[in-house]
Design a binder for this molecule. Structure first.
Ligand SMILES: NC(=O)c1ccc[n+]([C@@H]2O[C@H](COP(=O)([O-])OP(=O)(O)OC[C@H]3O[C@@H](n4cnc5c(N)ncnc54)[C@H](OP(=O)(O)O)[C@@H]3O)[C@@H](O)[C@H]2O)c1
Length: 301
């Protein structure tokens, strides 16, 4: 199986590139300048030349705060670009798996969000991703939209890496404790995406496995508790750690509003695709160990 993936340097794209080959899946990652979501006319030629069996749409404008001051670029990338990619996949007659976010919701519900709950984004990033979902669905009926949240990995920028780098210079770190969600390993997401792609290819007539699905790590927590667990895993690896001081979101103002409830209900994914990601506490130590090992190698250079 050959899968084309947008966003070569992204967390999920790099995880797909790592996890594919051991399962005999060829992963062709694409990056700018070869493909640029803001230059949609090139997409069909570049994708067509690769002859993929499926396309994974993992590139996006992910700077949640910056998007507030550059909504035009966020929409061109996350909405128009995603729609154009889905159109290109449709012309090649292959399925598209498109990554989306819990930020399509406003976070006011007091339970994990289901796919049927009404989206109501509270920031530009969330609005641009919601529009992207709509354009992807309209362009290619052979689609799965996977909403995930709180993604971390051994690659690129993410909360786990930020915490570990701050630990080097701060005895105590203030972290918000009133936003809830499930940390999700990009490596686990990659494994889940391959199962979704296999299902789409094996069951071309099955409408129940197409549409919107939620995919986050098992369990739930808040950012302060997640940071505490990261430092415990780091300490267990002889790595850096800090004390965590829980604070309220109101004490940590950001450009973009954040949802207080990022929890997603994963029942539909388990029921129709047979996928349940591991509990976040089980997946997290591997990534922390890898980040620490990378840092040690960089330090020794
Ligand atoms: N990270 C999270 O917590 C999270 C949560 C929920 C959903 N998601 C979704 O999951 C997907 C993957 O997230 P991620 O964390 O892997 O993202 P990421 O690490 O921020 O990577 C995004 C990638 O997209 C590329 N990109 C940005 N604009 C582009 C354009 N115009 N054309 C081509 N490539 C472009 C970036 O390239 P450069 O490196 O060149 O900038 C980067 O490699 C995204 O759809 C995101 O919305 C992420």
């Amino acid at each position: 199986m050959r899968v084309a993936v947008t966003g070569r340097l992204g967390q999920i794209a790099q995880s797909l590139a790592e996890r594919g080959p051991p399962s005999n899946i060829e992963v062709l990652t694409l990056a700018r300048p070869a493909i640029d979501l803001t230059r949609p006319s090139d997409l069909i030629d570049v994708l067509g030349a690769l002859r993929p069996h499926a396309v994974v749409s993992a590139a996006a404008y992910t700077a949640v705060d910056l998007a507030e001051s550059d909504p035009e670029l966020a929409y061109r990338t996350n909405a128009d670009g995603a729609g154009a990619l889905a159109r290109a996949a449709a012309r090649l007659q292959v399925p598209i798996v498109h990554l989306s976010t819990d930020y399509v919701f406003d976070g006011t519900l007091d339970r994990p969000y289901c796919e049927e709950d009404a989206p109501r984004p509270i920031n530009v990033y969330g609005s641009s991703k919601l529009r992207g979902e709509q354009l992807v669905a309209a362009a290619n009926s052979n689609h799965v939209i996977l909403r995930t949240a709180w993604v971390y990995s051994p690659f690129g920028k993410n909360f786990a890496r930020t915490m570990l780098s701050l630990a080097g210079s701060h005895e105590e770190i203030s972290v918000v404790s009133d936003q809830r969600g499930a940390p999700t390993s990009a490596l686990d997401i990659a494994d889940g995406i391959f199962k979704v792609v296999s299902n789409l290819i094996a069951r071309p007539q099955d409408d129940a496995i197409r549409g919107v699905f939620h995919m986050t790590g098992g369990g739930e927590t808040n950012w302060a508790e997640f940071a505490t667990a990261i430092f415990a895993a780091s300490a267990a690896n002889n790595g850096r750690f800090s004390q965590v001081r829980p604070i309220a979101s109101s004490d940590y103002p950001t450009q973009a509003r954040r949802s207080v409830n990022s929890r997603l209900d994963n029942t539909k994914l388990a029921r129709f695709h047979g996928i349940r990601l591991p509990h976040w506490r089980d997946s997290m130590p591997e990534t922390i160990a890898r980040i620490l090992a990378q840092d040690r190698r960089n330090y020794e250079r």
